[in-house]
Design a protein around this ligand. Sequence first.
Ligand code: HEC
Length: 124
Amino acid sequence: MMNKRAVRVGVVLGLFVLGAVGRLHAQDADKGKQLYAMCVVCHAVTKVNGTGPGLAGVMGRKSGTAAGFRYSRAMKSANLVWDEKILDAYLTDPQKVAPGSVMPLSGVKDPKDRLDIIAYLKTL
Ligand code: HEC
């Protein structure tokens, strides 16, 4: 027979499990910041360009428009707006979304990693 205490413990445990599952699915900008280690060699988190364009403000920006960066012809004419969906597709397989673009990254395979990176990009 369940006493009141057992019920209370059960409810607390249930909420804890739900919370953990919720976190598993949520985007995690802190995790994304760590994962950004694979981007930072080419992309500053400011507007300063390096091997790649600076990514500050990239969310909602038109592709190929960072001031002063020499994009490939392919990226200049890709005509995309970087939102979550397009970024997710681009980070999965850059060549599929912008064929002929020259980002030397074969893709980020883990979907959760991509979401976390995108969550971090939103903070820039
Ligand atoms: C070895 C260098 C390099 C790495 C690593 C790299 N990129 Fe790039 N990235 C580039 C270059 C170069 C371009 C410009 C491509 C072109 O002009 O075709 C680019 C373009 C982009 C663009 C388009 C920006 C715009 O202004 O239109 C985004 C978004 C982007 N990269 C995100 C990322 C993310 C996120 C990562 C890490 C997961 C990453 N890149 C890793 C070099 C790199």
